[in-house]
Design a protein around this ligand. Structure first.
Ligand SMILES: O=C(O)CCC(=O)C(=O)O
Length: 364
C-alpha cells in the first residue's frame, strides 16, 4: 500500500519545526528517500549535524590552496603501476580509466541499484536488519543510527559476498544479476592494483582466498537543507582498498594534508567510465604508513539526488593485523602495532563514522 513517504506530492502534513516522525520512516524502510519525497521544508532535527561535523562548512573553511586534483590514471599505459603507487602514497585516492571493467556492466549495475532503491518501501524493508533472511544483505539508513548525533542523509543496501550460491539465493532479485556480474568483472582490476601495490613494498601477492568483497548501493536523496546535513560523515575505510563507481553528480570529497598550509578538501570530480580507488586502513597499517588511508566524506545536495556503488575489498578474520615483515625488514621503525583483527573490526562497527579514529587503535 502506498504511503505518504512514497509520494512525490507536495500536499503532505509537514511539521516545519523539523520534529518529524523520522524513526517511523527508518523503521518501515522509507528511509531518507521517503522523507525526501515529502519535500520537507526543514531537515528533521535528528539529521542536523553538529556544527563541527557539517561537511559543507568544513569544505568551505578549508581553502583549496594547492589547486591539485585527484590523479587520473590510464591503466592501459606502461607507467600506470608507477603512478598508482605514487598516488597511493601521496593521495590515498586516484581514479582509473581503461581499467578493463566493461562500461556496459558499470551502467547495468547503476541501473540495477536504481531499480532496487526506487522500489516502494514494502520491498526494501524486507532487507532491514530485523527482517532480512540473510545477515549478509542489509538495507540501512545512516551508518550507526543508534549512536549518531546527527544521522546521515542517505540510505544504502550492503551486500557482503560470501559465495555465488548465497548471492543468487538471497540478494534482491530485482538487482542481483547485474550486481554479481559487475562484482565478478571487477576482480581482475582489484587483483592487478593489489599486486602493483604489494610489488612496490617487495611483499608477496595477497592471497585472494583470504580476502572479502562487500558491495553497496548508496543513495543520497535531495536534502531540504544541505548545509545542515551530510551524505556520509568524514571517515577512512576499513578495507584493503575500495573501488567506487559514482554517477555524474559529484559530492565525494577527500581530505588532504598540505604541510605548512593546513588541510584542504578536494572533490573527486566524476569522470565518465572511470572508477575511483582509495586505500583503506588495512593497507595503511600493512605498509607501515607508506600508503595512506585518507578521510573522505559526501556532501548533501539540495537540487539533485546521487548514487554511488563502492566495493570494499577486505580481509578475512585473520588473527592479527600489523605492518608486513617485508616492510619492517628495510629497518624502518614500526609506526603501527600488531592488533587483534576482530578487535579492530568491532571497534569500527560500534561507533559512528569519525574521521581516522579507528586507525588510531593501531598507531604507535
Ligand atoms: O558515495 C561516495 O562517494 C563514497 C561513499 C563512502 O565513502 C562509503 O560508502 O563509505
Amino acid at each position: 500500500m502506498a504511503s505518504m513517504y512514497d509520494s512525490d506530492s507536495d500536499s503532505k502534513p509537514v511539521n516545519e519545526e523539523g520534529d518529524h516522525p523520522w524513526k517511523e520512516a527508518i523503521n518501515k524502510g522509507y528511509g531518507t528517500t521517503g522523507l525526501s519525497k515529502m519535500r520537507l521544508r526543514a531537515l528533521p532535527k535528528a539529521f542536523i549535524q553538529p556544527p563541527e561535523k557539517r561537511s559543507s562548512s568544513m569544505i568551505r573553511a578549508s581553502s583549496q590552496a594547492s589547486g591539485d586534483t585527484i590523479p587520473i590514471i590510464d591503466m592501459s599505459k606502461a607507467e600506470a603501476a608507477e603512478l598508482i603507487c605514487e598516488a597511493a602514497e601521496k593521495w590515498g585516492f586516484f581514479q582509473v580509466i581503461n581499467h578493463g571493467v566493461p562500461a556496459v556492466l558499470m551502467s547495468d549495475v547503476m541501473h540495477a541499484a536504481r531499480r532496487f532503491l526506487g522500489q516502494a518501501a514494502e520491498e526494501k524493508r524486507r532487507f532491514l536488519k530485523e527482517n532480512t533472511s540473510c545477515s549478509n544483505v542489509v538495507y540501512m539508513t545512516s551508518f550507526f543510527a543508534e549512536a549518531e548525533k546527527g544521522l546521515e542523509w542517505s540510505d544504502y543496501l550492503s551486500m557482503n559476498f560470501v559465495s555465488e550460491e548465497e548471492a543468487y539465493a538471497f540478494w534482491p532479485a530485482i538487482s542481483k544479476d547485474a550486481t554479481i556480474e559487475y562484482l565478478k568483472s571487477s576482480n581482475t582490476l582489484i587483483k592487478r592494483v593489489l599486486k602493483i601495490l604489494m610489488n612496490k613494498l617487495n611483499a608477496n601477492e595477497l592471497d585472494e582466498t583470504n580476502q572479502t568483497r562487500r558491495i553497496q548501493f548508496n543513495y543520497y536523496p535531495i536534502s531540504p537543507t544541505p548545509d545542515l546535513s551530510v551524505g556520509v560523515r568524514s571517515h577512512s575505510d576499513v578495507s584493503l582498498l575500495t573501488v567506487l563507481l559514482q554517477d555524474d553528480v559529484g559530492g565525494l570529497h577527500v581530505r588532504r594534508e598540505i604541510d605548512s598550509k593546513g588541510d584542504e578538501w578536494v572533490q573527486v570530480k566524476p569522470v565518465a567510465e572511470s572508477l575511483v580507488i582509495n586505500i583503506g586502513d588495512f593497507l595503511e597499517i600493512m605498509s607501515n604508513g607508506i600508503y595512506k588511508s585518507v578521510e573522505h566524506c559526501v556532501v548533501s545536495n539540495g537540487n539533485i539526488d546521487r548514487m554511488s556503488i563502492p566495493i570494499f575489498v577486505g580481509l578475512q578474520n585473520s588473527p592479527t593485523i600489523g605492518p608486513l615483515p617485508e616492510v619492517l625488514a628495510t629497518g624502518k621503525k614500526a609506526e603501527y602495532k600488531e592488533v587483534v583483527f576482530s578487535d579492530y573490526i568491532k571497534y569500527f562497527l560500534n561507533k559512528p563514522l569519525d574521521g581516522k579514529s579507528t586507525l588510531k587503535l593501531a598507531k604507535i
